[in-house]
Design a protein around this ligand. Structure first.
Ligand SMILES: Cc1cc2nc3c(=O)[nH]c(=O)nc-3n(C[C@H](O)[C@H](O)[C@H](O)COP(=O)(O)O)c2cc1C
Length: 354
């Protein structure tokens, strides 16, 4: 028979194990989010992989070239349901490229970037001699996607202008939305698109495969979406999957998103002139710069991409924002909040292409 004493001992042991796993996770993130030598190829790869990326799938590989670095898509890590046209995959490569070029600048090198389509599609970055350290480089180690409720405080006008200027790259810009009535209209699209996604079993299955329900699973894979980063409890994987099945429902998810949007200071939409892979990469660069500039100003942000991921809602968003033929690429909320636990990455050697 199981005695009360043995239950208490088992609970205490479970609690101690969870605490030690959390400590391991904190140590792993502290080691990851630290500086390397940007003058070395592996140092540049390190900074590139700290870029934001869809589902933290890290669908990228890096090759040293005679002129600099090539960044290639890793289609084995693509998201066929949430990102069937690979828009987010190329935007994620753009995030990596932006960080890599900022790191090259910190090592005194200038960068010229182009999207090559001869043979394999890839980003080619060639280095020159005349680079300088950009203030956004310092924010690379502090940036994170913060998926908590914010405190609703307004962002000063000068900081909003700095965000708009900071996010400008050729072919893309950011549209900032502060008007509460307009925010409610965009929120309506977010919730409708979210309902469509959450109700799709294929979408739920793909998302579940990238969820890491506890620190141990997150450390083992070095990728995916760790529950702790979103403020969710750590669970054994089998229990995590059961709980996900029980709680991943349109109403629960929509309530959370509505609360999060209403607690934010505003929304920002990255918009590009054309809808092709070259501009998807540019949209990623623009977003990464937005995120770094926000970080430098103490402003947090998170994604709400449901209406750009479902094509019919993307067209509605395009028309609501009066964008004409320009593509809304990414939808973000921003505001003020405490930091959340950081995300992990795979080791640099796993992302080197030969
Ligand atoms: C193109 C792109 C799309 C993303 N879409 C979402 C999204 O829809 N929802 C979300 O919560 N995070 C989204 N993210 C954020 C990633 O999940 C996040 O960057 C990743 O988990 C790593 O975490 P970190 O940015 O905090 O390091 C997206 C990021 C990128 C670059």
């Amino acid at each position: 028979m199981i005695s009360r004493r043995s239950v208490l001992i088992a609970l205490a042991a479970g609690g101690a194990l969870m605490m030690s796993r959390r400590a391991d996770y904190a140590a792993a993130t502290a080691a990851l989010w630290s500086h390397r030598d940007p003058a070395e190829f592996m140092g540049l790869v390190h900074y590139a992989t700290l870029g934001a990326n869809s589902h933290n799938a890290q669908a990228w590989r890096f090759r040293q070239t005679s002129e600099g670095v090539a960044i290639l898509p890793d289609m084995a890590r693509a998201l066929p349901v949430a990102d069937s046209d690979h828009h987010h995959l190329y935007a994620s490569l753009g995030c990596a490229a932006e960080n890599l070029m900022l790191a090259a600048g910190a090592a005194g090198r200038s960068s010229a970037m182009e999207f090559a389509t001869d043979g394999d599609e890839r980003i080619e970055i060639a280095f020159g001699q005349s680079g300088s350290r950009d203030r956004l480089f310092n924010a690379i180690l502090e940036r994170q996607c913060t998926r908590s409720d914010y405190n609703g405080h307004p962002v000063p006008r000068a900081d909003l202008s700095a965000l708009e200027v900071g996010a400008r790259v050729s072919g893309c810009r950011v549209v900032v939305i502060e008007d509460r009535a307009k925010i409610e209209q965009v929120l309506e699209l977010i919730l409708a698109a979210n309902t469509a996604q959450v109700s799709d079993p294929a979408f739920a299955a793909e998302l579940r495969s990238w969820l890491r329900f506890n620190a141990r699973a997150a450390i083992e894979t070095g990728d995916g979406l760790y529950s702790g980063c979103s403020g969710n409890p750590s669970l054994p994987p089998f229990l995590g999957r059961i709980m996900f099945g029980a709680f991943f429902k349109p109403d629960t998810e929509n309530d959370r998103y509505a609360r999060q949007v209403r607690s934010s200071s505003g929304l920002a939409v990255i918009v590009s002139d054309r809808d092709d892979p070259v501009h998807w990469v540019q949209a990623g660069r623009s977003y990464q710069r937005f995120a770094l500039q926000a970080t430098a100003l103490g402003i947090r942000h998170a994604h709400l991409n449901q209406p750009v991921e479902v094509p019919s809602f993307r067209r509605e968003l395009q028309s609501l924002l009066g964008l004409g033929n320009r593509r809304p690429d990414l939808v973000l909320r921003f505001g003020y909040a405490q930091p959340m636990p950081r995300s992990l990455r795979r080791p640099g050697r796993s992302v080197i292409a030969t």
